[in-house]
Design a protein around this ligand. Structure first.
Ligand SMILES: C[S@@+](CC[C@H](N)C(=O)[O-])C[C@H]1O[C@@H](n2cnc3c(N)ncnc32)[C@H](O)[C@@H]1O
Length: 403
């Protein structure tokens, strides 16, 4: 283990991340993430998922509970976090989740799976490595040919206020200072920054977050940041290509800009150029996205002619917000609340919500035939809901085990 990795390990063993219980399972749905690329073969019974740098694995445990037919493996250098996670899994009886102590920079320590992992998750880890490209390349080597990799790395433009804060903190710190006094100085400085550097941006509130979160934000020992250019270079060099953002709405010109002339100018730019402008204009502290091998095909767009034969599933990230006599409303990630207006929209969403397996467009239309929804009306609702990501198209290559 190199010196930087040992320091990073000592830091996270003191402050095992994340704090608290499960906070966010949005980026852990294997079939949803895999549906973003074409996949023609499966070749094994259960999907294999690796979380690289899982920490205390609280989100991974929640994901394993929600997807009992998927095999999960969590790896980390943090022995404290791995031990805690192992115990939690034993006491909860989760038989589809196992752990190993492993260093992303040492490929022999990463537990191999025949044919590679279908999905690799790594959130908030690559930027802590002494050699991010080496670590990412090892993950790429462990990815199946038609697999996907979901990553979160720190974004340099969104972190500028925090970087300035850390600059100031480093000039105030004395060599050999013990952790508890570093923490006290850092908190005091953060309280000042609340009225200056952090005011009105995504870092507001940092002074008050709990100790583990505070340490991760303000006291980490080794980290680099990415912008669109350096991210693209990293992916290219690791043999990967960008597939999509986990939350495309955060990077959508139509959603972010109101001025029509600006909108039009930006839509003429290529995809990465648009993102370069967005990261400079808006705070984007985390770059969370899905990538795949360079040869992997993007998923083809849905056409009306395909709908009858295509299978659909409720997007597992959709949350039911309220269910009143007037109908239900749904929330997808940060997007605007979806309140079905027509009877047909209400019926399709209710059916997707209740169904424990995927259904084809024709099956959905047949089931709703008695409720005054014509086949054509159902098909255009399905088309619309898929475009809004409220429902998705699982890859037909996976057989689904229903519970
Ligand atoms: C900010 S935490 C993220 C934890 C988890 N992914 C999450 O989102 O809650 C970073 C994690 O990366 C792990 N890590 C850092 N360098 C590593 C390496 N070389 N190999 C494996 N894990 C590493 C740390 O131990 C820590 O648990």
């Amino acid at each position: 283990m190199d010196k930087v990795t040992s320091k990073v390990r000592a830091f996270y063993e003191t402050y095992p991340y994340p704090p608290g219980g499960a906070v966010d399972c949005d980026g852990y749905h294997a079939r949803l993430l895999l549906s973003y690329i074409e996949r023609t073969e499966n070749g094994r019974e259960n999907l294999q998922v690796l979380e690289a740098g899982c920490g205390r694995a609280v989100n991974l445990q929640a994901a394993a509970r929600l997807q009992p037919d998927v095999e999960f493996t969590g790896i980390d250098i943090n022995r404290v976090a791995i031990r805690e996670a192992q115990q939690a899994v034993l006491s909860r009886g989760l038989s589809n989740l196992k752990f190993a102590e492993a260093d992303l920079l040492d490929p022999s320590s990463i537990p191999p799976v025949e044919g590679g992992y279908d999905l690799i998750l790594s959130y908030g880890v690559i930027h802590h490595l002494s050699d991010p490209l080496k670590g990412l390349s090892h993950l790429q080597a462990n990815l199946s040919a038609q697999g996907v990799i979901a990553l979160m790395v720190d974004g340099s433009f969104g972190r500028q206020p925090l970087d300035r804060y850390r600059d100031i903190l480093s000039t105030l710190e004395r060599d050999g200072e013990i952790a508890s006094s570093r923490m006290a100085t850092a908190r005091a400085l953060a309280r000042v920054a609340e009225h200056t550097l952090f005011k009105g941006n995504c870092w507001q509130g940092t002074a008050e977050v709990d100790e583990v979160e505070f340490a991760d934000r303000c006291l980490h020992v080794h980290e680099c940041n990415y912008d669109m250019d350096s991210l693209k270079q990293l992916l290219d060099a690791a043999g990967l290509r960008f597939v999509r953002w986990l939350e495309p709405a955060d990077w959508s010109v139509n959603r972010l800009l109101e001025e029509p002339s600006l909108k039009q100018l930006l839509s003429q730019q290529d995809e990465f150029q648009r993102y370069r402008l967005i990261e400079r204009l808006f705070y984007r502290p985390k770059l969370t996205f899905v990538a795949a091998r360079q040869a992997a095909d993007s998923r083809h767009e849905l056409s009306m002619a395909d709908i009858a034969q295509t299978s659909f599933r409720l997007n597992p990230q959709v949350k039911l917000m309220s269910k009143e006599s007037g109908g239900a409303s749904y929330q997808l990630r940060q997007q605007a609340l979806f309140e079905p207006e027509t009877l047909c929209e209400q019926q399709v969403m209710a059916l997707a919500e209740l169904s424990s397996s995927q259904l084809s467009g024709s099956q959905i239309a047949n089931r709703l035939a008695e409720s005054d929804c014509s086949h054509d009306a159902v098909f255009s609702v399905l088309y619309e809901l898929e475009a809004r990501e409220l429902i998705y198209r699982p890859n037909t290559a996976f057989s689904e085990v229903t519970q």
